[in-house]
Design a protein around this ligand. Structure first.
Ligand code: GN1
Ligand code: MG
Length: 376
């Protein structure tokens, strides 16, 4: 379960107070806490007193090393959340402010606030009565995760107008990710390749995976769609009482992509009982019953638009995306841990090992996984 851990707070309450004044929020911050969520942005939850009622908001500082164009990124998020909300309203859905993120505008009507240091901040309504989990605890949760992201993709199939901006170009370009790893191995700036010899060997031996989806997309057998691109299980908010998925969060990487990247990352983050950085590799593995529920949940929402070429690669996508993120962790380890926030030495290497162990587990069960999908 995700909790607000006051472990590290780069911004103190007073500074957050200053930032929060820029947004259309009434009342004063009573207290604020760091949210230990994600490896990239800085996130705080802040409690305000509004006329005697306590109300919470999320304040987030966008990592501008990773997101080079925060203005375009915020334009995407505003477009996507507005579109989703309008569709939910048209469908007569209830509980809409808990089913899609709500951006709070700044006092001058912008979706973000830019500080004098050129930092970009945004504010969301805090969705109450939901929980996020780092790993799946029941098949029902896997179903909910699949349904939530399937629904999200489905809500975006008809977004019209100009192409959504690519906030990080080639984000899931697995060939580029492989090349970046090769370069990091060659440079070996930090003399760490010797500590990761088996992982490097594993990665190089799996090069054949990296062009499969890219080739299908280049041939247009698989279409470009608007996808979430960071479908970790902890990006789904589940209702605390009913366990039903309410809302998907972390919309920074919503961009044109392939639905299989989303499904693959769900396989990666739901099917193993472990965390992404589990050190005991004996515990890491793809659980087929969980996979089945995930696929069922995803199909219940995405089945209406999926093409057979997409369906055919669903089990493969789990292996590919797990491999991709393993490569990214390994690249960052070899390059001095500059991208993913780490909390201990060798953290990125541990994360890579967990991913590669999961790739092996998927490899062993891929046929059974795809056989199940084929019947859906
Ligand atoms: C990063 O920050 P977070 O945890 O939401 C990364 C994802 C990775 C993920 C691995 C923009 O997401 O691509 O899958 O870590 N986001 C970016 O946990 O690189
Ligand atoms: Mg993210």
């Amino acid at each position: 379960m995700l909790c607000a851990e006051p472990i590290y707070m780069a911004y103190q309450e007073q500074q957050l107070q200053e930032i929060s004044r820029q947004f259309q929020i009434y009342g004063e911050i009573l207290h604020a806490e760091t949210f230990k969520i994600g490896h990239i942005n800085e996130t705080y939850s802040a409690t305000y007193d509004q006329g005697g009622t306590r109300v919470r908001y999320i304040h987030q500082k966008i990592n501008k090393q990773v997101f080079k164009n925060p203005v375009a990124l915020m334009k995407n998020i505003l477009r996507v959340t507005t579109h989703v909300r309008a569709k939910l309203e048209a469908q007569g859905s209830h509980d809409i402010t808990r089913r899609s993120l709500v951006l709070i505008p700044t006092r001058d009507g912008q979706s973000y606030y830019r500080t004098c240091d050129a930092d970009y901040w945004r504010t969301f309504v805090f969705v109450e009565g939901v929980q996020t989990f780092e790993s799946v605890e029941s098949p029902a949760q896997a179903f909910q995760a699949g349904r939530a992201f399937g629904e999200f993709q489905n809500l975006l199939v008809d977004i019209s107008g100009e192409r959504i901006d690519e906030t990080i170009p080639n984000f899931h370009h697995t060939r580029n990710r492989f090349n970046a790893l090769q370069q990091a191995i060659q440079k070996d700036h930090f003399n760490r390749a010797k500590d990761a010899a088996p992982e490097i060997k594993f990665a190089l031996a799996h090069e054949h995976l990296v062009d499969v989806i890219l080739a299908a997309m280049a041939k247009r057998a698989i279409p470009e769609r608007i996808t979430h691109n960071d479908t970790k299980f902890n990006n789904v908010m589940l209702d605390t009482l009913t366990g039903e998925a309410k809302c998907v969060v972390d919309l920074d990487t919503v961009m044109p992509g392939c639905v299989l990247y989303d499904f693959g990352d769900m396989v990666r983050t739901t099917t193993s009982p472990t965390l992404e950085d589990e050190k005991d590799l004996n515990k890491v593995g793809m659980r087929l019953p969980i996979f089945k529920k995930l696929a069922e949940g995803y199909f219940s929402a995405a089945g209406s638009f999926l093409k057979s070429a997409e369906k055919d690669l669903m089990a493969f996508s789990g292996k590919l995306i797990t491999f991709e993120i393993g490569m990214r962790f390994l690249t960052d380890f070899l390059s001095g841990d500059t991208y993913f926030r780490i909390h201990r030495p060798d953290h990125n290497l541990d994360r890579c090992r967990t991913q590669f162990k999961l790739v092996e587990s998927i490899e062993r069960q891929e046929k059974a996984m795809q056989k199940f999908v084929d019947k859906l």
